[in-house]
Design a protein around this ligand. Structure first.
Ligand SMILES: NC(=O)c1ccc[n+]([C@@H]2O[C@H](COP(=O)([O-])OP(=O)(O)OC[C@H]3O[C@@H](n4cnc5c(N)ncnc54)[C@H](O)[C@@H]3O)[C@@H](O)[C@H]2O)c1
Length: 382
């Protein structure tokens, strides 16, 4: 299934595929490329390079791989040192500006590879192979690149949309349960942004399979459930694509809505230590707090907030405040006010409304509003 959307002048072609066999033919002939992966996606990268067990037979496409850069896995690896390692691998391999960076992995790898491609000799070619549910439904498409700096999530980054993004469902067969759960949080987030709750209800329909003991086999080997998962991924990509097309660089009022759950979630991730929680676990908790905030401001109707909370709980997310990883709320508040999206001492929160979500700005000095947030995260107002 293909989804296409434009980011400024760049057309992103997104291929949501069943198997990893089609990757080579979709990428086509490439005269020089560097593959970037992490220690959990080396097998997939090797098969793309033609050295793995899943090689295409009779493949007419020649992919000249001049370097493979393998990074450690996880959020703690999303830093400048590893971006530098990608750039050095490309330089050592003699990659020119016409060479292609191919990122193979979850959001950490695709964000860093895309960043490296965006600055390599002022911009090299890029293709991404997304191998986590979170990457497929959110991270890989939309043009945001980056890495963590100064203990702030994604502090450094660029906009550099990938013209080609491949999402092979088959790669998800090795994804750990915790990472599946992380991806469902971003799927739920995107569904909340849709103009009605049909998509949210559809995700609820996948929940029974998700909590069954033989997940993910139960979904990936069942023709109906697998095509439902594929359709949900495609729907999430389409929704994100529409938002990104309307407001590519988040200068307007649309793209900011994709940050639902992220202002609270990023602060939680940083305050408990990057890598302790998955991105999705933090976002799910952040969505719950956004519902609390929306309700306390009279913006989120109680029925919608309860519906969202029920869905989050049914997927097993920690939704109650304070989060069990939080030792004290002071560290959380410090991380919150360090948020890179803070504009002129205003913090932006996205809260669900009747049909979708809206953005609200809270002044750092607005004492009552800050007290409201402290209560919402389960802290004491001093
Ligand atoms: N650019 C964007 O618009 C955007 C949007 C949302 C999230 N993000 C970023 O994405 C990152 C989170 O992405 P993620 O959840 O994919 O994290 P991740 O890349 O760290 O992947 C999660 C874990 O799964 C492993 N893994 C990946 N593919 C696998 C596979 N097929 N089988 C087995 N293990 C596999 C990884 O090695 C890692 O240990 C965060 O850094 C977040 O900031 C970016």
């Amino acid at each position: 299934m293909n989804v296409t959307f434009t980011f400024g002048t760049v057309v992103s072609e997104i291929h949501i595929e069943e198997s990893i066999h089609s990757i080579r033919s979709i990428i086509g002939s490439v005269s020089s490329c560097v593959l970037v992966c992490d220690e959990n996606t080396t097998g997939i990268a090797a098969s793309i390079a033609g050295k793995g067990q899943i090689q295409n037979s009779g493949d007419q496409n020649t992919l000249q791989v001049c370097g493979i850069c393998v990074l450690p896995a996880g959020e703690t690896a999303k830093n400048w040192a590893h971006v530098e390692k990608i750039l050095k691998a490309a330089k050592d391999a003699g990659l020119g500006r016409d060479g292609v960076f191919i990122g193979v992995g979850g959001g950490v790898i695709t964000d860093m590879t895309a960043f490296a491609a965006s600055v390599y000799m002022r911009g090299a070619k890029l293709a991404l192979v997304s191998t986590t549910l979170l990457g497929m439904v959110d991270a890989a498409a939309g043009g945001k690149t980056g890495f963590n700096l100064f203990n702030i999530k994604n502090f450094a980054g660029t906009f550099y949309p990938s013209p080609l993004i491949i999402m092979p469902l088959e790669t998800l067969s090795t994804l750990p349960m915790r990472e599946w759960k992380s991806g469902f949080a971003e799927l739920i987030k995107t569904a909340i942004l849709d103009s009605n709750d049909d998509f949210l209800d559809r995700i609820g329909g996948l929940k029974d399979a998700f909590v069954s003991p033989n997940f993910p086999t139960s979904v990936l080997r069942d023709i109906v459930l697998r095509s439902e998962l594929l359709a949900c991924i495609a729907k999430a990509v389409e929704i994100k694509g529409r938002i990104v097309e309307a407001d590519p660089k988040e200068t307007g009022t649309r793209r900011v809505l994709l940050n639902l759950g992220h202002t609270f979630g990023h602060a939680l991730e940083v305050s408990v230590g990057l890598g302790s929680l998955t991105h999705g676990e933090a976002v799910a908790w952040g969505i719950a707090r956004a519902c609390d905030l929306g309700r306390s401001l009279g913006i989120t109707e109680p029925e919608r907030a309860e519906k969202i909370m029920r869905l989050l709980v049914s997927f097993g997310y920690e939704t109650r405040a304070p989060h069990s990883c939080m030792e004290e709320t002071g560290r959380f508040m410090a991380a919150l006010f360090n948020d890179k999206k803070k504009k002129a001492d205003k913090l932006t929160f996205i809260v669900p409304d009747r049909n979708s979500c809206i953005a609200i700005a809270i002044e750092k000095e607005e004492k009552m509003e800050i007290e409201r947030i402290v209560r919402i995260i389960g802290g004491e107002v001093i």
